[in-house]
Design a binder for this molecule. Structure first.
Ligand SMILES: [Zn+2]
Length: 278
């Protein structure tokens, strides 16, 4: 029995995308692609009975993506979606309208689902510091943008500020305690893009999940960030490498304290349907 509050985390498969191999590894063939899952994570906080999502994954309505993204669909990403996050929740008897907050690792197309669907109309959309300065104005205000304005609904979009980052955690300097009980920490982890954030979920007395978004796009990157890893998809290569170094340091720090941290990337790993991850 855990003595401090924990959260439950379940994986939701929202489809798959392809990445060209040179986007993943320096020695990757640009004419070959690798299929990558697109995961969303459902988080439940039993003490307050709060339902949260960390990322929404892909949206089924592929035609609603910005033209700049759709240009890349046939030749690069080739997204495939059968069931979106809302469908999956309903199939598990969770009404999407119960979702109080959608925490975004970052607002790239494969993490934002379709937030304009009615069933998420009450959810707060929470982003890391610096996200909107980088991503807005988005499409359709800016026709060249790869981001969608609908990801930032008026009155429901919150972005963390300096005063929210009240903790540090090992090598990470900007950490937000979402529930105020350390069961879910949001960690500033730029590099993939400004405002990119991780979520550290405490799932048991000594077990943690680090929902790591697009810090990396392959489990191999967690070891090979100074070797074969390509930083093709990261807006700031040095910051992205620094984030991966910090993830490795945090994992080691916890291991030394006999705590287990499992890193869950948005595009790697295999989970059963709505698997509860611990
Ligand atoms: Zn992604």
């Amino acid at each position: 029995m855990s003595s401090t509050p924990t959260v439950q985390v379940h994986a939701i498969y929202t489809g798959q995308c392809f990445l060209r191999n040179h986007m993943l590894f320096n020695d990757g063939d640009e004419n070959e692609s690798t299929p990558c899952p697109v995961w969303s994570f459902y988080i439940y906080h039993p003490v307050t009975q709060t339902h949260i999502l960390f990322d929404l994954g892909l949206m089924k309505e592929l035609d609603e993506y910005p033209p700049k993204i759709k240009e890349d669909f046939p030749r690069v990403f080739k997204p495939q979606v059968k069931e979106d996050v809302g469908d999956a929740l309903k199939r598990h008897n969770i009404s999407p309208s119960q979702i109080k907050t959608i925490i975004y690792s970052h607002p790239h197309f494969d993490h934002c689902g379709n937030p304009s669907l009615p069933h998420f109309h009450d959810a707060i959309c929470l982003f890391g510091q610096g996200t909107q300065a980088y991503a807005r104005p988005a499409y359709p205000i800016n026709h060249e943008s790869r981001f969608l304005e609908s990801t930032f609904p008026e009155g429901r979009t919150h972005e963390l500020t300096d005063k929210d980052y009240t903790l540090t955690l090992g090598p990470f300097e900007k950490v937000h305690d979402f529930f105020g009980d350390k069961s879910l920490l949001l960690i500033d982890a730029p590099g993939h893009m400004p405002g990119h954030q991780l979520a550290l979920a405490k799932t048991g007395e000594n077990t943690y999940l680090l929902l790591a978004g697009d810090s990396a796009h392959s489990a191999a990157h967690l070891q090979e960030y100074e070797g074969r890893m390509s930083y093709y998809m990261h807006s700031d290569k040095d910051a992205a490498k620094e984030t991966l170094k910090k993830i490795a340091a945090l994992t080691k720090l916890y291991k030394d304290e006999h705590k287990n941290v499992r890193v869950c990337l948005a595009h790697a790993g295999h989970y059963e349907d709505f698997e509860r991850i611990i």
